[in-house]
Write a protein that binds this ligand. Structure first.
Ligand SMILES: NC(=O)c1ccc[n+]([C@@H]2O[C@H](COP(=O)([O-])OP(=O)(O)OC[C@H]3O[C@@H](n4cnc5c(N)ncnc54)[C@H](O)[C@@H]3O)[C@@H](O)[C@H]2O)c1
Length: 326
């Protein structure tokens, strides 16, 4: 992992637990396998604990680690690290995507509630007019009562968000080609195709993975289906959205948006999205940042504890689902 991450993932107390259940090879993390001394540390390694910044485990690295049996990833997607060769060699993989889903779902819940309350617009108006509002000045479109929320993707994040939304009495629509009607009903949501979801939701929130099939799933036509004043939220990946079409529609002021991920990331200096008053643009912070990194460290520690006791992983990554997951 990137140097410096280890101390952010694990408290001193967690490092003590780690040292009890494993034979920690080194206090310092490995980050550069081009360096043959670092490669040498892999000779006896049975489990790799990885996070952002770990390199793809190619044949050179795997050959240097003949005893490697498992990989515990203290972050979300393992796709950039776990190569086909890892699967061929039967290495078991676990990921903390489920734990990272918590801050993303919390961020999205906050975005939904504040956006429905028209926080940005009313903040601007207050600053400009220096006076309170009168009831007849506020349109009925402000507020959280009776809203319909469209969730795209029953992913770790999507499912967590559905749970968080439960107390608010919203109608929740879900678009996910892998979810059956009976599963949707046990989640307390109604399945809809993407067009219907765009047409009927007050808020559309993306939680699907970046895959060839999801590229530009939100294009100019679909944005055109959203009602005037709807909010579009993307905490998933920028590639799911046609950025130019999104910028064009947001420039008209017809929609609101909360965007934590964009394509490209970072946007060019002259992107209108930085300045538009109806857009909240954040620098990919919905997932674990700051003290939330400890969530990922704790998740990894739980998996390592299970592994050390001979139990199987609680959150395995399975190769057969990679073409539909993040
Ligand atoms: N902004 C951040 O900081 C941040 C942090 C974590 C994850 N993410 C992103 O959030 C998204 C969800 O992550 P996750 O780990 O919960 O994903 P995940 O791997 O759990 O999601 C997989 C699920 O998505 C659903 N899916 C697949 N194709 C779909 C399609 N065409 N339409 C609708 N649903 C589809 C399927 O149910 C699948 O099981 C990903 O795009 C991920 O990259 C962003």
């Amino acid at each position: 992992m990137d140097p410096g991450l280890f101390g952010q993932l694990f408290s001193p107390a967690s490092v003590k637990v780690l040292a009890k259940i494993t034979q920690l090879e080194r206090e310092r993390t490995l980050s550069d396998f081009e360096d043959t001394r670092e490669l040498g540390f892999l000779a006896d390694t049975e489990v790799l604990l990885t996070c952002w910044g770990a390199p793809p485990l190619d044949e050179v690295i795997l050959d240097a680690a003949p005893n490697l049996r498992a990989l515990v990833h203290a972050a979300g997607s393992v796709k950039e690290i776990v190569t086909d060769e890892c699967w061929t060699r039967g290495i078991s993989v676990s990921s903390a995507a489920w734990a990272n889903a918590r801050p993303v779902a919390e961020y999205t819940l906050g975005a939904i509630l504040l956006s429905n309350k028209r926080l940005l617009e009313l903040r601007e108006r207050y600053a400009a007019k220096r006076s309170r509002w009168s009831r007849d000045q506020l349109p009925l479109d402000v507020g959280n009562y009776g809203r319909t929320i469209g969730i795209v993707g029953a992913s770790h994040v999507g499912r967590r968000l559905i749970e968080l939304l439960r107390p608010f009495g919203f109608e929740i629509l879900l678009c996910d080609p892998y979810v059956t009607a009976s599963e949707a009903s046990s989640l307390g949501v109604r399945l809809a195709d993407l067009d219907e979801l765009c047409m009927t939701s007050d808020v559309v929130s993306l939680h699907a993975p970046a895959l060839p099939a999801t590229r530009h799933m939100i294009d100019g036509r679909r944005l055109g289906l959203l009602r005037d004043g709807a909010t579009f939220i993307n905490t998933a990946r920028g590639s799911l959205v046609d950025t130019e079409a999104l910028s064009d529609v947001l420039a008209t002021g017809r929609l609101y948006a909360v965007l934590d991920t964009t394509e490209p990331e970072v946007l060019p200096d002259d992107s209108p999205l930085y300045e538009l008053p109806n857009v909240v643009l954040t620098p990919h912070i919905a997932g674990a940042v700051g003290n939330e990194l400890r969530l990922l460290g704790d998740a990894a520690l739980e998996e390592l504890t299970r592994y050390a006791s001979g139990a199987s992983f609680a959150h395995p990554v399975l190769r057969q689902y990679l073409d539909r997951t993040a």
